[in-house]
Design a protein around this ligand. Structure first.
Ligand code: TA6
Length: 304
């Protein structure tokens, strides 16, 4: 399979396909602007490092890389439901997209050097056993001075369907206890650590002080994560996403996560472009919806 992928989509010195961790197939992208890894498993971006910067995405050193299992870190694609699926206790958390094998549909490079990969997921017996509608999901990953991921969902059924989605981005930070997020001031959220109670953030940038699991409502971003430990700010811009999820399991919960490991919680901060809950998307037959997240290291001064 790798030979065929390299024959059809490889670009010498820029994009090649290889067996990655666990033997899972991945695209390795290398340009003067950035490098990245994209696994066909889950269309999962696991690594993105702009030139001259530390990696921007966190990847757990204990992550599993196995068929049917989610990779812990990078940008998991959550579709067609978020979290546990109500009424289906045996359904995989966060849907089946991130544990499915996606097909490479195209690889390109623009004149300015930005590399684009298109991966697609269509129904299989495994997905139909979980979710009946006929669909096509395409992930467009663009690697350059910014990382852009667009998730386009098409309804190929004869009836409308609703879905939830998230780009469950694990940002790499030097120390989550010192980081802060701006762009959420005054935004209401559901607090999953407190019985989904609806609350409103204050007027200051949001600093995490413990386990954090919040679904922010009706926020278009952009959000900026100030990371004084690494002396940088990460900017997350969104398009067609009304929710932002912020998550860090913190000390106790992460110690119980076999694929995360002690202390790793300090190096990660999930800021997720999403459409979930009341923000779920409903598509008429033949309709499409595209949500996008653009991630970059701010060029301005180091955070205060
Ligand atoms: O996005 C936050 C969240 O829904 C948390 O509640 C936590 O479950 C996290 O996702 C990780 O989920 P996972 O299935 O990847 O362990």
């Amino acid at each position: 399979m790798l030979d065929e992928l390299n024959e059809q989509f490889g670009r010498p010195g820029v994009v090649h396909f290889e067996a990655g961790t666990g033997g899972l197939a991945r695209a390795v992208i290398s340009t003067p602007a950035a490098e990245a890894h994209v696994y066909l498993h889950g269309a999962h971006v696991t690594h993105y490092r702009p030139a001259g910067q530390e990696p921007v995405l966190f990847l757990s050193p204990r992550s599993r890389f196995e068929p049917g299992k989610a990779i812990r870190g990078g940008v998991p694609i959550v579709f067609p439901w978020f979290g546990a699926r109500a009424g289906h206790p045996s359904a995989p958390d966060h849907g089946f997209a991130r544990i499915s094998e996606w097909a490479v549909e195209g690889v390109g490079q623009s004149p300015d050097g930005v590399v684009s990969l298109i991966l697609a997921l269509q129904p299989s017996a495994a997905t139909r056993a979980l979710w009946a509608p006929d669909f096509r999901v395409a992930a467009r990953v663009q690697i350059g001075a910014e990382l852009a991921i667009a998730l386009e969902v098409e309804n190929r059924s004869a009836a409308a369907f609703s879905f939830e989605e998230a780009l469950h981005t694990y940002l790499r930070v030097g120390d989550a206890t010192r980081a802060s997020i701006s762009g959420l001031e005054g935004v209401s959220y559901l607090d999953k650590t407190d019985g989904l109670r609806r609350k409103t953030l204050g007027g200051e940038p949001f600093r995490l002080t413990g386990e954090t699991d919040r679904v922010f409502l009706d926020t278009r971003g952009p959000h900026a994560v100030a990371d004084p430990a690494l002396g940088r700010r990460l900017v997350v811009e969104k398009r067609a996403s009304g929710n932002t999820v912020v998550w860090n399991p913190w000390r106790e919960k992460s110690a119980a996560m076999a694929d995360l490991g002690d202390g790793q919680w300090r190096s990660m901060l999930c800021v997720e472009a999403a459409n979930v809950g009341d923000g779920a998307v409903t598509l008429a037959p033949g309709a499409r919806h595209s949500m996008e997240m653009v991630l970059r290291v701010a060029r301005d001064a180091a955070p205060t």
